[in-house]
Design a protein around this ligand. Sequence first.
Ligand code: PLP
Length: 451
Amino acid sequence: GYSRSAGACTAANDVVEVFPRIPSFDYTPPAYTGPTADEILKKRKEFLSPSMFYFYSKPMQYLFDENGRRYLDAFGGIATVCCGHCHPDVVKAIVNQSNSLQHSTILYLNHSIADFAEALASKLPGDLKVVFFTNSGTEANELAMMMARLYTGCNDIISLRNAYHGNAAASMGATAQSNWKFNVVQSGVHHAINPDPYRGLFGSDGEKYAKDVEDLIQFGTSGHVAAFMSEAIQGVGGIVELASGYLPVVYNTIKKVGGLCIADEVQSGFARTGSHFWGFESHGVVPDIVTMAKVGIGNGIPLGAVVTTPKIAEVLTRRSYFNTFGGNPVCTAAGLAVLKVIERENLQENAHAVGSYLKERLNALKAKHEIIGDVRGRGLMLGVELVTDRQLKTPAKVEILQVMEQMKELGVLIGKGGFYGNVFRITPPLCFSKEDADFLVDVMDYAIAKL
Ligand code: PLP
């Protein structure tokens, strides 16, 4: 049924009609020659009758406001809704599981948690086979860092400047953007220079950045560390791809001093980057601990996980550790359904194909609009950085808000982030189509031309 949710949006399972695509306009720079806002709005059909949902194959990349206006969701609940809003298979799994067992705590193993843990572990390489469930990415990272500290007997953790890892004590410590930190105790974390090819100190020279980690260990710690933690592509930080060659060198350095490598796959996992199922795979590294949450593990259901090796997991299995709701059977049933949908609907391949196409179109837009300073990312995790001066890379903080508002008016929801808040974050459901990509780019083009 038609339901309301916070923020005056409703999910998409009532939709009936194929989204009216506007054609790719033939723009002639510098003057804008595309359709007017009114024309675009006219083409965007409104919500019709719920009963026809079943005839419609993939309505799940849309959200609706209280007036029934449809929006293409290019942010996916902050990179969370991977199969699409209210995917019928995920809904069915949740309902079925709710009818049989809603909660038992992990004291008593049940099929839902066991089946999902097994399926999840099968997606990870090597010895990464022990799964701990949590309710969020923050909890997953807290647990991962605690495990690394217990396992190594060290306290020091290294993370990257511009990282976002959560909002509790240790994870906020690992987060390194002042706008996400509070002045409370977050000890034991050292922040390495960010290997950011666009804004970083050493451009795209991954090895130079990696040297800084060695330096940090020598001069900032006792010479040993518990862990190095990083995202494969920084999400909240503005879709920053780590300079090529960086992670393999750093992983070696950390291993040499007895530390563990933690991959935070909260945004970059579950097929989002298209070329691989996990973001770390594109860097050619194998972590000791992998954390995951939003990104699609539960398609929006509160669910997180930490996966590690039996040897490392022992530090917890020897003690009494538990999390009341972590591994709730309704959530793990959703998780299992998500894995099946990703596979059956070839969402990884789709993220790769549509993401590459979208990136190409965004790069063409960059050639046309001076305000676009950088286009980056992989698969359906893309960033568009707006700057008022390409040389100085001056963040277009006000302009991005205007473009975002105009895009919303025309029916496209898009995220924004980065330290200066001037980067568009494009992380839609992975069922996003080429037509959706065209619509998104055309609307962005129009909105930028209107500045
Ligand atoms: N790690 C990364 C990379 C994230 O992007 C986030 C949230 O945005 C977190 C951890 C924290 O996850 P949560 O908000 O579920 O606690």
